[in-house]
Ligand binder design. Structure first.
Ligand code: GLA
Length: 389
């Protein structure tokens, strides 16, 4: 991983090379892994993400010709150049849509246009929120550059609206909240209903542990159907239960009412059971960490969360199941898929001296499944969105 200074220099010099002038600043925002609390955010529930050291940088300067010119070192053949007035869903599309969507949200403040150079190392399609990292880097840059009076929560909302309304992915606020609000050394305990936050100390190294991220290499796309279907099912379950959000269900026993003998009732019951039990798991994990107990105790809750995502919410894929099984069989204290699912990454809580053994066991298992070795790294909680220079 580059240091912030080296990363800022690299983005600034690439900006100069492409635009022929200095940027007015360089900003960064991280990707995330969620420790626990999956598919709870759009149900008003709890989440517990950490920010990754992997970040996206935006070097930026204002223009005076009314155009938004977007360039990415990761997508060198996909420059975008659109008049501010013409920004609209699909214009531009692809990677640039995530950045342009944020500019569109704040378009009234940037009549003269912007030059933007993007660089970063958050793996795309790995369930590690590369899209939120890009959105949040641009949002925080615009706030500073234009002197906008936006709170951190406003930045989260701007970035999330870019994803929902411009890109068309119906996600919740987990990823953008993590990218903006996380702090080094902590997990962010967020109540997505009232937006209350608590920074929970998360120093696994001190306990001789590591959080291993294993990217299965199977990609996901949240603009696609599965995620949208799950949202609809959760809304249908809440409506049938007569509550505004599944967060409002106090006890899994209250979900029995969904089982009306129909196949659909059974499906809604399982979807809702995932959400209600996942909220309970987040609270138990936070309780363990707050009390300063041995973090190994959260391992079984992570694995339970995976089983719930696999069997009740049905958003896992066989390779992620294989990853979790192999990690736990090789000595991980717990493991689960992370993010929206249908591909992407898993995390495993492992003793620090078992990182190599567990990675090798998962690699072997992937080979037997005919899959290439997973990309892997140890995640240490890093800082949220910030100005670098
Ligand atoms: C994706 C979405 C988030 C959240 C997770 C599942 O990452 O962007 O809003 O719903 O899936 O927890």
């Amino acid at each position: 991983m580059r240091t912030d200074d080296a990363a800022a220099d690299r983005a600034a010099s690439a900006f100069r090379e492409r635009f022929g002038t200095d940027p007015e600043g360089v900003w960064a925002a991280p990707g995330r892994v969620n420790v626990i609390g999956e598919h709870t955010d759009y149900n008003g529930g709890f989440v517990l993400p950490i920010a990754l050291p992997h970040a996206t940088r935006a070097a930026m300067a204002r223009r005076d010709d009314g155009r938004v010119v977007l360039r990415s070192l990761q997508h060198p053949d996909e420059d975008a150049d659109v008049a501010v007035a013409d920004l609209a869903p699909g214009s531009p599309s692809g990677w640039a849509g995530y950045a342009a969507g944020v500019v569109a949200e704040l378009a009234g403040s940037v009549p003269g246009g912007l030059s933007v150079l993007v660089d970063g190392e958050v793996p795309a399609g790995a369930g590690l929120s590369s899209s939120a990292a890009l959105e949040c880097a641009v949002a925080v840059a615009l706030r500073d550059l234009l002197g906008l009076d936006l709170s951190p929560e406003d930045l989260v909302d701007v970035a999330r609206r870019a994803e929902n309304d411009f890109v068309g992915a119906p996600t919740g606020i987990l990823d953008q909240s993590a990218s903006v609000l996380c702090t080094e050394g902590h997990a962010l305990f967020l109540d997505t209903r009232d937006r209350g936050t608590e920074q929970v100390p998360f120093d696994l190294a001190a306990a001789g542990l590591a959080l291993l991220v294993l990217d299965s290499g199977t990609t996901h796309d949240h603009a696609a159907g599965g995620y949208r279907d799950r949202r609809r099912e959760c809304e249908a379950a809440a409506e049938q239960l007569g509550v505004p959000l599944l967060r409002d269900v106090a006890d899994v026993a209250d979900l029995e009412r969904l089982r009306d003998g129909s196949a659909e009732g059974e499906v809604l019951h399982r979807r809702a059971r995932h959400v209600v039990t996942e909220d309970q798991r987040v609270l138990r994990v936070v309780g363990t960490l707050r009390a300063g107990e041995d973090p190994r105790a959260i391992g079984p809750l992570l694995t339970e969360g995976h089983i719930s995502l696999r069997d009740d919410f049905e958003v896992s894929v066989p390779l992620l199941d294989a990853c979790v099984d192999a990690a736990v069989a090789a000595g991980a204290h717990g493991a689960r898929m992370v993010g929206g699912g249908f591909g992407g990454s898993a995390i495993a809580l492992v003793d620090a001296d078992a990182v190599d053994t567990v990675t090798a066991a998962v690699t072997d298992r992937f080979a037997r499944e005919g899959a290439p070795a997973p990309r892997s790294f140890v995640a240490v909680p890093a800082a949220g969105a910030r100005r670098l220079s």
